[in-house]
Design a protein around this ligand. Structure first.
Ligand SMILES: *Cc1c(COP(=O)(O)O)cnc(C)c1O
Ligand SMILES: [Zn+2]
Length: 422
């Protein structure tokens, strides 16, 4: 594999070109930098057949991911199940529904393994030995796990007060985990200063252009698993607002390379929690700037970014594709987590509850067409946000170890069953 598929970095505002380096903003206008590809070369190398012949990991699309050599970190990430969710579809009143289940992504059970695989493979290429991140929880675990497996030193900065599962799920890998008294936006600002001062590779700061491209793999997989087509609707949770745009970019790249049947007509729908809804607000008010939320307050901590780096681009994309964005409160999030679990056997974290509850709201509003195909992006695992459920769902019934006790229980709960057994 040659490195020339990537021609460099490019400013999203003025278009100025930069070499492949650890830099995330344009030095002229501070616009965000994005990876630029040589698509003619990609087209010559990539076909449906070539992709299908490769192992089922996100690296089967490697010409469209920004590493120059063979990937060295996160080689088993991706190709999570795309589940046809007929029972949830019936509950929501739609005909064709799918769940993209990144709750079971390898190794750290969230979609963040995709972005980290790319960012850390690139960090190794660029010669970094120490890496880090500013995290709302899942990135912490993914950087810690993947850095450990690659023999890199990791500094993980999080806002104080994250869920136990997120904190333990980073510390167990030997990363230095540092909790900051403040919001994610304080953490992120500090990380920008640390990356600059110490010359380390922060996956979502100075390595952000490479990092963000990893999210495209979710879109590639959705399109391939739908039989080389894009769905009519995608509902994606939004924190920094990067994932939703990269899923769409993935569809458009496949279209441009002639890999899809039919044009991309997907409408993109963004999901946030009411306690932190800066992007949803921007969409609803058609604002030209994202108004930051100063003090996020939601059980969906993984989405609690008050000043989202890609919020404006996300809001524009949502409007341009004819989509919409909604937010839901904590009770609706928990109800939706239960609905997803009870209908499809998928235990998602709070962000998954946000996605399902927002989808439900958009279907009821008529914004999502009941007859179209819809993909819900489930991005994290319920094992990591148990606090959200404690006191909200039934506790086990405790009985004596006797048949009488069990019979009395069944008699009380389901008299018909008890009669049938008698
Ligand atoms: C980070 C994260 C997101 C959103 O990612 P952005 O690209 O920052 O919008 C969604 N879901 C979960 C569970 C996450 O951890
Ligand atoms: Zn620029």
């Amino acid at each position: 594999m040659s490195g020339s598929y990537v021609s460099g970095l490019k400013c999203r505002l003025c278009g100025k070109h930069y070499p492949k380096e650890a830099l995330n903003f344009c030095t002229d206008d501070f616009g965000p930098l994005e990876v630029a590809y040589n698509y003619d070369m990609v087209a010559a190398a990539l076909s449906r057949g070539a992709i299908e012949a490769r192992p089922r990991t996100m690296w089967r699309y490697r010409e469209l991911l920004p590493v120059d050599g063979e990937p060295t970190v996160g080689r088993h990430v991706g190709c999570t199940p795309l589940i046809r969710a007929d029972r949830l579809a019936r509950a929501l009143g739609v005909s064709e529904l799918y769940i993209k289940n990144d709750a079971v992504n390898h190794p750290s059970l969230s979609f963040k393994d995709r972005v980290v695989a790319v960012a850390l493979s690139k960090a190794v290429e660029l010669g970094f030995q120490t890496v880090g991140c500013a995290s709302t929880g899942n990135l912490a675990g993914s950087v810690a796990a993947n850095a450990a497996a690659a023999g890199l030193d990791a500094y993980v900065l999080i806002p104080d007060g994250l869920e136990q599962g997120k904190v333990l799920g980073a510390t167990i890998y030997g990363a230095k985990v540092i909790a900051i008294e403040g919001t994610y936006d304080h953490v992120n600002r500090l990380c920008s200063q640390i990356a600059f001062r110490f010359g380390w590779g922060f996956v979502n700061v100075n390595l952000r252009p490479f990092y963000a491209e990893g999210s495209k793999s979710m879109g590639f997989e959705i399109a391939e698993d739908l039989g080389w087509r894009a769905p009519d609707h995608v509902v994606a949770p939004m924190a920094g607002g990067s994932l939703i745009g990269k899923i769409y970019k993935a569809f458009k790249e496949f279209e441009q390379l002639g890999l899809l049947d039919g044009p991309v007509t997907a409408r993109m729908f963004g999901a946030q929690a009411t306690g932190c809804n800066p992007i949803t607000n921007t969409v609803k008010t058609a604002a030209t700037k994202v108004k930051p939320v100063r003090n996020p307050d939601t059980i969906a901590k993984s989405l609690a970014i008050g000043d989202p780096a890609d919020g404006f681009f996300a809001s524009q994309l949502i409007r341009q594709t004819g989509g919409w964005s909604e937010d839901v409160d904590d009770d609706a999030i928990v109800d939706a987590m239960r609905l997803l679990a009870e209908t499809e056997g998928v235990w998602a974290e709070t962000a998954g509850g946000v996605t399902v509850a927002v989808a439900q709201k958009l279907i009821e509003q008529g914004k999502i067409d009941r007859n179209g195909s819809t993909v819900l992006c489930i991005t994290g695992n319920g094992l990591k946000t148990q606090e959200a459920l404690i006191g909200k769902i039934a506790r086990p019934v405790v009985i004596k170890p006797t048949m009488e006790a069990f019979e009395a229980l069944v008699e009380a709960e389901a008299p018909a069953l008890a009669a049938a057994g008698a």
